[in-house]
Design a protein. Structure first.
Length: 199
C-alpha cells in the first residue's frame, strides 16, 4: 500500500490500474475491502472525508507489469478546508487526464441519494474520454429489494437520457450483494494484468 499526496508520488505509470471515486462516506473503503476479500485493507471510518490522499493497493499480477486499485480522496465534505479541496480537485483532474495506466473508474454512489454535481462531472468526463466507468450503488442493504431495483432502473433511464456510458449495479459491502459482479467488472477493466483480487 502506498499513499500519495500528489500525482508525482504515484508508482511508475506502467501496468494497469482502476480508480475508485465517490462522495465522502459513499463507502469506498468498505467496497475495496469487500472486493479484495481482505478486511482492513482499506481503512473505514465513520467520519466522512477521512481519505485525504490517493491510496494505491498493489494486486497480484499475472503479466508482471503490475495491477493496482487507486482509492481517490472522497469529495463533497464541507469540513475539508477549501485549499485542500482545491488541491485535490487539481490532482484528481490531472490523474484522470494524464495517467496512461488508468483503465477505468469505479464510481460509488449512495443508492439512497440522487446524483450530485461531481457524480455528473465524473460520468460526463468518462463518457467524453471513452474511459470505462462502472457505478456501484452502495448501501443497498438500507433499502428493500424492490426499492433498490426501482433506484437502479431510474438511474439507468437517467444515464440513457444524459448520454452516460457507465454501467450501474446494486452493491452492498455489508451483505455481499453485487460483490461478485463488481469484482468481475474490475478484473475486466484491469485485463490480463491482474489475478482475481479475492483470496
Amino acid at each position: 500500500m502506498l499513499a500519495a499526496h500528489r500525482l508525482a508520488q504515484l508508482p511508475p505509470d506502467a501496468g494497469a490500474e482502476v480508480a475508485f471515486a465517490g462522495r465522502s462516506n459513499a463507502g469506498k473503503s468498505s467496497a475495496l475491502n469487500a472486493l479484495t476479500g481482505r478486511r482492513g485493507l482499506a481503512r473505514t471510518s465513520r467520519t466522512p472525508g477521512r481519505t485525504q490522499q490517493m491510496v494505491v493497493f498493489e494486486l497480484p499480477d499475472a503479466a508482471g507489469a503490475g495491477a493496482r486499485l487507486v482509492d481517490l480522496p472522497g469529495y463533497g465534505y464541507a469540513s475539508v478546508p477549501v485549499a485542500l479541496r482545491e488541491h485535490w480537485r487539481r490532482e484528481i483532474d490531472a490523474y484522470l487526464r494524464r495517467r496512461r495506466s488508468l483503465r477505468g473508474v469505479v464510481l460509488l454512489i449512495d443508492i439512497r441519494h440522487p446524483l450530485k454535481d461531481f457524480d455528473r462531472t465524473m460520468l460526463a468526463f468518462c463518457a467524453a474520454a471513452g474511459l470505462p466507468c462502472h457505478v456501484l450503488l452502495t448501501k443497498a442493504d438500507k433499502l428493500s429489494r424492490s426499492q433498490a431495483a426501482q433506484a437502479l432502473a431510474a438511474l439507468r433511464r437517467q444515464f440513457a437520457a444524459d448520454g452516460f456510458t457507465a454501467h450501474p449495479q446494486v452493491f452492498s459491502a455489508h451483505t455481499g450483494e453485487g460483490v461478485a459482479e463488481a469484482r468481475q467488472a474490475v478484473l475486466a477493466l484491469l485485463g490480463d494484468d491482474a489475478s482475481p483480487p479475492a483470496p
